[in-house]
Every structure is written in structure tokens, then in C-alpha cells.
Design a protein around this ligand. Structure first.
Ligand code: FES
Length: 149
């Protein structure tokens, strides 16, 4: 699989109040983003535990994007600040495990920032394309092939 044929699978956890609304607005504006991106609505990024990020990567996501409200704009006061701390800690953990931390990223987006969200998604897809497929997905495939021999 070359960089040109590789279409990364990106999970984008989007806060209901901001990023999800901006993804909705992007749709209304007919802005397009790559087909490998799956948007998952979450009540607040503060609800996302470290396990969610790790399981997404472990189960083969090539990248995980967390999109929360602007700082000071979280509807649950400081959920997005907790999320930022968890993402930072998880990025460090990924690096320790030999997985590039750029596979996990957090951004702060308001409901009106549809173009920014689409730009961030394209940047993330470009970054992950350069990194290549998730190494855990590759190991699983090799393991399956070995078992089926
Ligand atoms: Fe949007 Fe908390 S309500 S990040």
C-alpha cells in the first residue's frame, strides 16, 4: 500500500455543542472531507476516557481526532481542559509504546468554525498518510495470516 492508495481511517470524537455542530454546518455548506473519517458525537470531550483513545488505536484506527469546544466555551465548564490533559498524557503513552503521537490530536472548535474543522481533518489525514497505516493493524493482519496458515 503506497501513500497514494492508503486512505486512513480516522475516528473524530466531536463534542455535540461545538465540533459536531460545525461538522453539520460543513455538510450544509457542502464542504467535503475524506471518506475515511468517521465522526462520533460525544456529549462533551470531558466524557472521553483515555481507554477510548487507546481502544480506537488498538482496534485499528489510523488516527484519532478529538474536537471540543473553545477554551472557556465548554458547556460543562472545564470538560475540554480535562480532555486536553488526557490527550496529552495519552500521546506520551503512545510514544512510549512506539506509536507516533501524531496519530492522536485534539483541537478546539466552535459551532461556527466549519471550514476550520474541515482544514483540521485534512491536516490530520495528510499527517497520518505520511505516517502510514497503524502498525497495530499491520501486526494483527500478520498474526491472523500466521494463524490461518
Ligand atoms: Fe464541548 Fe465540553 S461541552 S467540550
Amino acid at each position: 500500500m503506497t501513500e497514494h492508495t492508503f486512505e486512513p481511517k480516522i475516528l473524530a470524537f466531536c463534542c455535540h455543542f461545538c465540533a459536531y455542530a460545525s461538522a453539520d454546518l460543513a455538510g450544509s455548506m457542502r464542504l467535503q472531507y475524506p471518506p475515511g473519517v468517521r465522526i462520533i458525537r460525544t456529549p462533551c470531550t470531558g466524557r472521553l476516557e483515555v481507554e477510548y483513545y487507546l481502544q480506537a488505536i488498538e482496534n485499528g484506527a489510523d488516527g484519532v481526532l478529538i474536537a471540543g469546544c473553545l477554551e472557556g466555551g465548554c458547556h460543562f465548564i472545564d470538560g475540554n481542559l480535562f480532555a486536553r490533559k488526557r490527550v496529552t498524557a495519552t500521546r506520551a503513552l503512545l510514544e512510549e509504546c512506539g506509536i507516533d503521537k501524531e496519530r492522536l490530536r485534539m483541537v478546539n472548535i466552535s459551532a461556527a468554525m466549519a471550514k476550520n474543522l474541515v482544514e483540521v481533518i485534512f491536516e490530520m489525514v495528510d499527517t497520518v498518510k505520511q505516517l502510514g497505516p497503524n502498525p497495530l493493524k499491520i501486526s494483527r493482519t500478520i498474526l491472523k495470516e500466521e494463524i490461518l496458515k
